[in-house]
Design a protein around this ligand. Structure first.
Ligand code: SF4
Length: 382
């Protein structure tokens, strides 16, 4: 497979405190043990991503698909750029580089979150965990997990590496409300490492003063705000506690804070089955209203019921036609390439229909009030 620097420089730690290669790699639980940075499984993966073998590791399918669709933002490519920026430190199979520890961290510290996104799960959202207690039928696979199962990260381990960190990436739960985020920021400030790349993804629901007073002190901040739809559709996808209008105004408030260094603010949009007929409106409105704001989007792969790749071909064609009519097709070509990459799977579509009606009932939200066009075609599925 093509070379990937990730297993040499980067680690991903999930809300169970488990190390994984990166957020894009997928494998079955127990297949690898990556708790030890110098362990046998890590070494095996480092060998595989630097071999001349033409075959990609099956675990790296998401990067493969993105690159085959011509996208420049596969996780592999993003991290290989980071490796270049570091002046290509010498790599070794045993402990990655002569730093001997990861220098780029992607952390999901715990599941503390104030939203309940449909395509997320109790492992990443405490709100979904509460929903699971009330409606175990929605999350049968997590139903027996105690809350501490998703709050097991040893933060001291991370804090101890603060001086050698070149990049840190924090995602949900919601990092702006997690005490661990503040502890990490304070430690980085204390050791004088405010020049690292600080990459954070937030749902933008609040502009928490304590949090932003710390974040503003960093010199290279990359702030991603997750928004899926321009309007109330966002509140359907992200759960009843979401309020699109407030979030939209917060983007400007965050931009106007008194930043000590460079801040790059970008909207990150996730395209699911629901927003397939209008997702491009968000980019168009961002360009009009917030021209200083970056924008990027991608599709959901997992859970597969939410992936637009499996929708009927006719619906994909309808979406492509509508995007052309709205003058948005050129900007969204990469998304259409991805959704046409895979054939329809009606089992997933039917499963989504069934699941959505149970979740709508539990949340007292109704698809037709938020995504009427999608609800209409969805209605016709038996
Ligand atoms: S190729 Fe992609 S999925 Fe595989 S290790 Fe690299 S970044 Fe992760």
């Amino acid at each position: 497979m093509p070379f990937c620097a990730v297993p040499f420089i980067h680690t991903f730690i999930d809300t169970k405190g488990k190390n994984r290669i990166c957020c894009a790699a997928k494998w079955t639980p127990g297949q690898y043990d990556l708790q030890d940075w110098e362990g046998k499984d890590y070494q095996k993966i480092r060998e595989a991503v630097s071999s001349d073998d033409k075959e990609w590791l099956p675990e790296c399918n998401e990067c493969k698909r993105r690159e085959e669709a011509g996208q420049e933002d596969s996780y592999r490519k993003i991290n290989n750029k980071l490796y270049e920026q570091l002046d290509r430190p010498e790599l070794n199979i045993i402990n990655g580089t002569n730093f001997e520890v990861p220098i780029s961290y992607d952390l999901r510290m715990n599941n503390l979150c104030n939203l309940s996104c449909r395509m997320c799960g109790p492992s990443s959202s405490s709100q979904l965990y509460k929903e699971m207690i009330r409606h175990p039928e929605l999350w049968p696979e997590s139903a027996h997990q105690p809350p501490e199962a998703y709050n097991s990260m040893d933060i001291n381990r991370i804090i101890n590496e603060a001086e050698s960190m070149y990049e840190i990436k924090l995602l949900g739960g919601e990092p702006t409300v997690q005490p661990e985020t503040k502890a990490i920021m304070k430690r980085l400030i204390d050791v004088g490492n405010t020049g690292l790349r600080f990459n954070i993804t937030t749902n933008g629901t609040n502009v928490n003063t304590t949090f932003y007073d710390l974040l503003k002190q960093f010199k290279q901040v990359y702030l991603q705000i997750s928004i899926d739809d321009y309007g109330i559709g966002h509140d359907y996808i992200r759960g009843p506690a979401s309020n699109f209008e407030t979030i939209w105004k917060n983007i400007k408030k965050i931009y106007e804070l008194d930043w000590a260094g460079d801040v790059n603010i970008a909207i990150h949009q996730t395209i699911t089955t629901f927003n397939i007929f209008n997702f491009w409106e968000l980019r168009q409105q961002t360009n009009i209203q917030y021209p200083w704001c970056g924008f990027c989007n991608g599709i959901v792969y997992y859970p597969p019921i939410y992936s637009p790749q499996y929708l009927p071909e006719k619906w994909k064609d309808m979406a492509a036609e509508a995007a052309k009519k709205a003058g948005a097709y050129e900007d969204e070509k990469h998304i259409f390439k991805l959704i046409y990459q895979v054939e329809t799977n009606m089992n997933y579509v039917r499963e989504l229909k069934n699941y959505t009606s149970i979740m709508d009932f539990a949340r007292n939200q109704h698809l037709k009030d938020y995504f009427p066009q999608f609800a209409e075609v969805f209605e016709g599925i038996n």
